[in-house]
Design a protein around this ligand. Structure first.
Ligand code: BTN
Length: 243
């Protein structure tokens, strides 16, 4: 596995994307940076992370036969991989908030941004971007619900060791996609889902608040929420958030 280490870059996802466009990049190539000047988050948000304290990296994965409709399974396996590694550090309260935020209690400890290239309804390749808060103590006031491993555990964490473990686990979990073990992936993912079965307040795409409980995910990767009247509503990524 080729690992490119950079001091600073705009975004490891953007850098790797450009590299793939310009040259012949090996499957599994990783780009890691101490600092990103323009780190990207989901929904066009920024990903801000103190220099040298955290893990911000991207992995290139090529696929032969992953259908666009099954792309969400890639989000699931990467979430499961991060969950499995972090579980050895934080034994309690670790969950995955749909679709792919890793949570310690009600605070986000890790974000994942997957950007893929599609060709003829297949995922040709994907850039898996991971931002994991490791040794950062203080977060900007606007990022209220963020935490780091160090904050949770009250101890300094060896970033390099953690990084190695994550890369191994991501590669391992990706085998389930290659083997098309989608049912197994879905079951594993749902078993670690944030607020699963717990009555919670949500906001839908029309900004209406409602009470419901997450009961699982659909075969298209939507979130399934049971309402007070026991009907089930399904939501896509931008159609629901916690109130
Ligand atoms: C999120 O919004 O939760 C996703 C955050 C993803 C951040 C990582 S940091 C490494 C990689 N490069 C980026 O620009 N973003 C991802």
């Amino acid at each position: 596995m080729k690992i490119v280490k950079l001091n600073a870059i705009d975004s490891t996802n953007s850098y790797l994307k450009e590299l793939v466009r310009q040259t012949n990049v090996d499957n599994g190539t990783v780009v890691i940076a101490d600092f990103q000047t323009n780190g990207k988050g989901q929904n066009k948000n920024k990903w801000v992370s103190d220099s040298g304290k955290n893990l911000t990296f991207s992995v290139l994965v090529r696929f032969d036969s992953l259908k666009v409709e099954g792309q969400f399974y890639l989000n699931y396996v990467v979430s499961i991989a991060l969950y499995n590694v972090l579980k050895d550090y934080i034994s309690e309260k670790l969950t995955v908030k749909w679709p792919n935020d890793i949570m310690s209690g009600n605070q986000k400890i890790c974000g994942i941004l997957i950007e893929s290239t599609i060709k003829k309804s297949n995922v040709k390749n994907a850039i898996i971007g991971v931002g994991l808060n490791v040794n950062q103590d203080i977060f900007p006031v606007e990022v209220v619900k963020a935490t780091s491993l160090k904050k949770v555990l009250n101890t300094f964490i060896d970033k390099e060791k953690l990084f190695d473990k994550i890369l191994i686990e991501i590669q391992y979990q990706l085998i389930a996609i290659k083997k098309q073990e989608f049912k197994k992936i879905k079951n594993q993912y749902e078993a670690i889902l944030y607020k699963m079965g717990i009555p919670s307040m949500f906001v839908d795409g029309n900004e209406s608040r409602f009470l419901g409980k997450i009961i699982g995910t659909s075969l298209t990767g939507n979130l399934q929420v049971e309402l007070e009247n026991e009907t089930i509503r399904e939501f896509g990524v931008k159609e629901i958030r916690f109130a």
